[in-house]
Design a protein around this ligand. Structure first.
Ligand code: ZN
Length: 119
């Protein structure tokens, strides 16, 4: 059995490495957070998951977009990882960031519209 090569070209892939011990996925999450106007130190998977859970329950305006952005990033990292592993696809950090930004913007717009219709 051979191990897949990670985004960072590391030889061994574990869940904890993939989320967010890997410098590549860590940087992706960092970029997404900065894009959402948040600057913070990124921890390991459980730290980030806890943080997103707290954010999701908070009344802050960013809570919806943060949980949505995080959820999509996890899906996209997993999908890209499968492509790397099984289809030897190429990995484009910029494309992932763009995809996340577009989807998150859509979600934000929808949240705003939902807010309006309730008011
Ligand atoms: Zn890696």
């Amino acid at each position: 059995m051979s191990f897949a090569v990670c985004f960072c070209q590391g030889p061994l892939e574990t869940f904890d490495h993939l989320f967010f011990d890997c410098p590549v996925t860590r940087r992706l999450w960092e970029r997404l957070l900065i894009w959402m106007g948040i600057q913070r130190q990124i921890g390991d998977w459980s730290t980030e998951l806890n943080w997103v859970n707290v954010m999701a329950k908070s009344k802050q305006g960013k809570s919806a977009i943060v949980s949505c952005g995080f959820g999509m990033l996890v899906v996209v990292i997993w999908r890209e990882r499968n492509q790397l592993r099984f289809q030897s696809g190429s990995f484009q950090a910029d494309n992932i960031c763009r995809e996340n930004s577009i989807l998150s913007s859509y979600q934000r717009e929808r949240t705003v519209q939902m807010g309006k219709s309730i008011a």
